[in-house]
Design a protein around this ligand. Structure first.
Ligand SMILES: CC(C)(COP(=O)(O)OP(=O)(O)OC[C@H]1O[C@@H](n2cnc3c(N)ncnc32)[C@H](O)[C@@H]1OP(=O)(O)O)[C@@H](O)C(=O)NCCC(=O)NCCS
Length: 132
């Protein structure tokens, strides 16, 4: 059984452990930067917790609060998958963030998860600043 909570600083080590397990370096490299990223204006971070209070999943969203939301990060602990936690995080994350819909770029291994939700497919891009 897991329950959802709005991100608090006490959840940071658990979130960073989930990122490290997925090989995602950006937040892990700098916890103070991670704390700012997870709480920045327009960001909604929702955490799933086990009965003992340990973090077993999280979702970070960006939203204009009205129409458009984007899913930035989503991960569930490997030992807690296929129990509906990610579905709850996405549904509740959008409800809390506000917005009619959510865009995202999937990891290869998460495609079937996203396909399980009501969706439309569109080509995705990740843009970077121009080289100078
Ligand atoms: C993708 C991820 C977040 C899914 O989390 P989860 O809590 O297991 O997802 P749910 O239990 O809500 O899954 C809902 C449905 O999605 C589908 N699904 C989820 N994972 C699946 C998988 N590995 N293979 C096939 N279908 C899958 C199933 O239809 C599932 O329903 P079912 O279990 O009743 O069959 C999790 O596997 C994960 O953290 N992966 C590594 C990190 C990652 O890729 N994150 C996404 C970055 S874009």
């Amino acid at each position: 059984v897991s329950r959802l909570a709005t991100y608090e600083p006490e959840h940071l080590p658990g979130i960073l452990a989930l990122c490290a397990a997925e090989g995602w370096p950006s937040l892990v490299a700098d916890p103070l930067r991670a704390q700012r990223a997870l709480t920045a204006p327009g960001v909604t971070t929702v955490v799933a917790m086990d009965d003992d209070g340990s973090v077993v999943g999280f979702a970070q969203l960006l939203s204009d609060g009205e129409v458009q939301a984007c899913l930035v990060l989503l991960a569930v602990d490997a030992g807690h998958r296929r129990g509906g936690i990610a579905t709850s995080l996405v549904v509740e994350g959008l409800r809390r963030a506000g917005g009619e819909r959510m865009d995202l770029l999937s990891e290869d291994g998460a495609v079937e998860f996203y396909e399980s939700l009501p969706h439309r497919r569109k080509p995705g891009f990740r843009l970077y600043p121009p080289n100078r």
